[in-house]
Ligand binder design. Structure first.
Ligand code: NAP
Length: 248
């Protein structure tokens, strides 16, 4: 059984979906989750659910991950309260799909800011604390779309490809300080993000998945738990695809 006993784990976009499941899974493994999301009500619901299911309290901060001041404030409040951050999961992400020739500059900028710039902002601030600790785990949630591309997702694909490149660079820069950085590239996971897809598109996607089903947030959280654990201490700069075999 993998343990994260007494680890402080900051997870972005953890009000719902994959981020909430990662927070719940980490709490079950003994960690104290630090939740952060844009909507206060989602945060409080997630906090209550984690408490009911695990008996573990968590910290919760409203934070727009694309805003450098709010990111710094969130990390400062966590360090002021708990003194350290052992695990950072950069999970918050959005889609604004449109064919490349129709895509607005504002939708390009929004997706790149929330999906990619946020990973730079959080990693930069948290890495300073982890370097002093001489230990840390950084897990970035990318996507198989960042590896294979996808029609209608130029902004999203570019942001996730960027997350993978940033992860590999982070691993190279911080390895000597005992910090690992890895990415998870999920395939199609059942959350609000994919609920909005039309049924025929979901069926078409499912037909391309050798394991014959869409993934669950728990499938992604299991990989995150492993990468955050002591047992993954010699794995860094890697991308683990959690996609039911869709991309090989
Ligand atoms: P989700 O259900 O939409 O959850 C994402 C969470 O991030 C939401 O709570 C969202 O808040 C929050 N968020 C959005 N913008 C934010 C911001 N500026 N600051 C802080 N929080 C923000 O999506 P999900 O499916 O769990 O996706 C989680 C991650 O997995 C994303 O990075 C996504 O790209 C990646 N991923 C998902 C899939 C999939 O199939 N679902 C596949 C590959 C990769 P709101 O509710 O207010 O929007």
């Amino acid at each position: 059984m993998l343990s994260l006993d007494n680890k402080i784990a900051l997870i972005t976009g953890s009000g719902r979906g994959i981020g909430k499941e990662i927070a719940l899974t980490f709490a079950k493994a003994g960690a104290l989750p630090v939740l952060c999301d844009v909507r206060e009500e989602l945060l409080q619901e997630a906090r209550t659910e984690i408490l009911q299911k695990t008996g573990k309290d968590s910290l919760a901060f409203v934070c727009d991950v694309a805003n450098a001041n709010q990111v710094e404030e969130t990390v400062k409040k966590t360090l002021d309260t708990k003194g350290r951050i052992d695990i950072l999961v950069n999970n918050a992400g959005v889609t604004r799909d449109q064919l490349l020739v129709m895509m607005s500059e504002s939708d390009w900028d929004l997706v790149l800011s929330i999906n990619l710039k946020s990973v730079f902002l959080f990693t930069k601030v948290v890495a300073k604390a982890m370097m002093k600790q001489r230990s840390g785990r950084i897990v970035n949630i990318a996507s198989i779309i960042g590896i294979m591309g996808n029609a209608g997702q130029a902004n999203y694909a570019a942001s996730k490809g960027g997350v993978i490149a940033l992860t590999k660079t982070t691993a190279r820069e911080l390895g000597k300080r005992g910090i690992t950085a890895n990415a998870i590239a999920p395939g199609f996971i059942q959350t609000a993000m994919t609920d909005k897809l039309k049924d025929e598109i979901k069926q078409e996607l499912q037909s391309q998945i050798p394991l014959g089903r869409l993934g669950t947030p728990q499938d992604v959280a299991n990989a995150a738990l492993f990468l955050a654990s002591d047992e993954a201490g010699y794995i860094s700069g890697q991308v683990i695809q959690v996609c039911g075999g869709m991309l090989t």
